[in-house]
Design a protein around this ligand. Structure first.
Ligand code: PMP
Length: 435
């Protein structure tokens, strides 16, 4: 039945779809961290709708809250207050990091790309400086504006002439440091020194930089955890040069790393934060949070959009935050995530095709290589691992500069049993491919 639906889809929909080529099924129902397809097969879900379903599929508390909102209304004009809106705003303000907590202002969008574009527009209004500094391996979306900042050049060329002026700099990728470095910390320092040089020397030709846009842990680029000192160093550089630090927490946020926000692991508070994916519990919504003093620089109608802050998404969002709080999911994610990372590290020691394991909480990357000593990326290996895992009922997606990183991004409610079962199957597949 899955194949039948896939065939009909193929006839009626664009050929450029990618996910149905990787995961050959049609979904019937999903609960927690499991999915049942239309043929009755069950899968352990380590994708979570790409880091969206942090509180799990069909979370009963979210479902109940959305149902109640359905009884009231589900769309009119955005920005008009409702109880759902105020409940969400209060909840969100209570979990923002550092001195943004309770003090920031927020503005709504619909998608992650929307949030990042809005953050950039905001930085330009505030600083009147046009250039955005962004990183190799960055992913911030593919709208026509933001795609210039996403580092996948093939996506840029499909989109046409980049609309945003970008100063591209290396991301400190400890396993493959782009600059000469002795170790991970040194890699962070090398990148920081380079960025500081670019911003200090008037003849580097990069133009006037208004903001640095950074993923505190790189997502699509390969689940790369930067060295400990890196974000703090960026914070200092931004302050020194009068530049806004924008953290893209679209993938890392809302508990994914065992803290509400990944920046908290590094003791850094950004000036602007992009939030999306998990914040709506699966109903599209994004938010940009920013320092309140910027508000007076923004004109009316600074950001528009019919669907911003849909009441169902607001209700879901309020419930997501309450659920994570009431179940103490952050601590659980830290602990179980640590256990998961150690399990992947143990597996890595036994096989030559795993070059690196890294991550925090439920954001773990396992980098596949053809050979541990040459580190030659194993992109075909990764798609083969994904295919074999799928056949055995584990859904795991890839990412990375070379498409060779397996990423663990399960719902935070994943049971330990499904974690152990999944890692056992993962090891079986790695063993087969190591022969
Ligand atoms: N920023 C980051 C860090 C992301 O991971 C993504 C999506 N993977 C986006 C932005 C874009 O979000 P969306 O697909 O909702 O536009």
């Amino acid at each position: 039945k899955s194949l039948e639906l896939l065939n009909i889809q193929h006839e009626l929909e664009t050929n450029s779809v990618t996910y149905p080529k990787a995961f050959r099924f049609a979904i019937d129902t999903a609960r927690g961290a499991t999915i049942r397809d239309v043929d009755g097969n069950y899968y352990i879900d380590w994708v979570a709708g790409i880091a969206v379903l942090n509180v799990g599929h069909n979370n009963p508390y979210v479902q109940q809250t959305v149902r109640e909102q359905l009884d009231h209304y589900w769309h009119w004009m955005s920005e008009i207050p409702s109880e759902a809106r105020i409940r969400f705003l209060r909840n969100l303000h209570s979990i923002l990091p550092g001195d943004l907590r309770g003090k920031a202002k927020v503005i709504f969008g619909v998608t992650g790309a929307d949030a990042c574009e809005t953050a950039i527009a905001l930085a330009r209004w505030v600083t009147k400086k046009p250039v955005i500094m962004a990183f190799e391996g960055a992913y911030h979306g593919i709208h026509q504006g933001i795609v210039a900042i996403t580092a996948k050049t093939e996506l840029q060329s499909y989109a046409g002439v980049p609309l945003i002026n970008v100063a591209r700099v290396p991301y400190p990728y400890p396993y493959r440091c782009p600059l000469p470095a002795k170790d991970s910390e040194d890699c962070g320092n090398a990148v920081l020194n380079y960025i500081d040089h670019l911003l200090s020397d008037p003849y580097t030709g990069i133009g006037e930089v208004g903001a640095i846009l950074v993923e505190p842990i790189q997502g699509e680029g390969g689940y790369i955890v930067p060295p400990r000192n890196f974000l703090r160093g960026l914070r200092e550089i931004a302050d020194k040069h009068g530049i806004l630090l924008i953290a893209d927490e679209v993938q890392t946020g809302v508990g994914r790393t065992g803290r509400w926000w990944a920046v908290e692991h590094f003791g850094v508070t950004p000036d602007v934060m992009c939030i999306s994916k998990a914040i709506g519990g699966g109903i599209p919504m994004s938010v940009v949070a920013y320092r309140a003093e910027y508000d007076e620089k923004l004109p009316e109608m600074f950001h528009l959009g019919t669907y911003r802050s849909n009441p169902l998404a607001l209700a879901a969002g309020a419930a997501v935050i309450e659920y994570i709080q009431s179940r103490n999911l952050l601590n659980r994610t830290l602990q179980l995530g640590d256990y998961a990372r150690r399990t992947f590290e143990d597996i890595a020691e036994r096989y030559s095709i795993i070059g690196d394991v890294r991550g925090i909480g439920f954001m773990i990357g396992v980098e596949l290589v053809k050979n541990k000593s040459t580190k030659e990326p194993g992109a075909e290996l990764a798609s083969e691992v994904r295919r074999r895992l799928f056949e055995r009922g584990v859904l795991m997606h890839t990412c990375g500069h070379f498409g060779n990183v397996m990423r663990f991004m399960a719902p935070l409610v994943l049971t330990k049993r499904h974690l152990d079962e999944g890692t056992r199957i993962f090891e079986d597949v790695i063993r087969e491919l190591s022969r």
